[in-house]
Design a protein around this ligand. Sequence first.
Ligand code: ATR
Length: 286
Amino acid sequence: MRDSRETSLIKAFVCGYPIKHSRSPIIHGHWLQEFGIDGDYRAVEVAPEEFTGFIARLKSGEAGFAGGNVTIPHKEKAFALADQPDELASELGAANTLYREEGRLKATNTDGYGFLANLDDRAEGWDARRERAVILGAGGASRAVIQAVRDRGFSEIHVLNRTVERAQELADRFGPKVLAAPIAALAERIAGVDLFVNTTSLGMDDDSSIDIDFSAMAPTGLVTDIVYVPLMTPFLIKAQKQGMRIADGLGMLLHQAVPGFEKWFGRRPVVTADLRAKIVADLEKH
Ligand code: ATR
């Protein structure tokens, strides 16, 4: 048995609860192999009551990890326990990427980067017009999307949610370009928009619940969904039928992994068609 403390083996993790469906080990394993790096990236199931201890062992170096990814339900606590969260994570109040550097545990959030990089990659020119966006949902996942769309320079970002108070909280958090509305305002708010993003599980059980006329958007508008199981969500199917340009959400998962890999393993990986095909094949298995 090799002892990681005595070799050059670099170790990183993804932790969550539950964690068994995470595709991150396949993504990072693909890149480790591609670069021929002596590295190890593994899924670690950490129950909520064990998370503080897990982070303490990460900080002390006892766990032997260079860093890792954090997913549901630990993103807020990861931000709170890190020594040095960056500006992105601080505004979101949530971190998905941790790394040890200069004796400190640093934290960032790469979900927004992943969201934008996916669209840049799969829907070139999607941001040519940055006037208005509609984001459906005001949960944990929608925050990084709102931040990213705002930082890309959209003038108006309408956040529509069943519970309008949650949308209003996000409007307050992310500034005057972000406006809250109930889902009932969708038909009116969607007119002429350049971007529509679904961040909810709405429509997954019963697609009759999505009564949206995507063709009311700007003709050059893009419809995307951050849900990637299934790859073609009811929103994307409907938008495509109505002649709109679409981009699925799988690339967000692939691209959000890039900055973490670079921090821990020292090389910047590329999201290729091969990697995407590997993950699509895995999604089809389960
Ligand atoms: P996540 O962190 O994945 O975003 P979440 O915080 O539970 O998960 O948020 C789920 C989002 O989907 C919320 O915007 C939720 O609306 P509420 O804030 O009103 O709960 C939305 N959502 C889930 N099921 C829904 C449904 N059947 N109809 C409308 N919105 C729904």
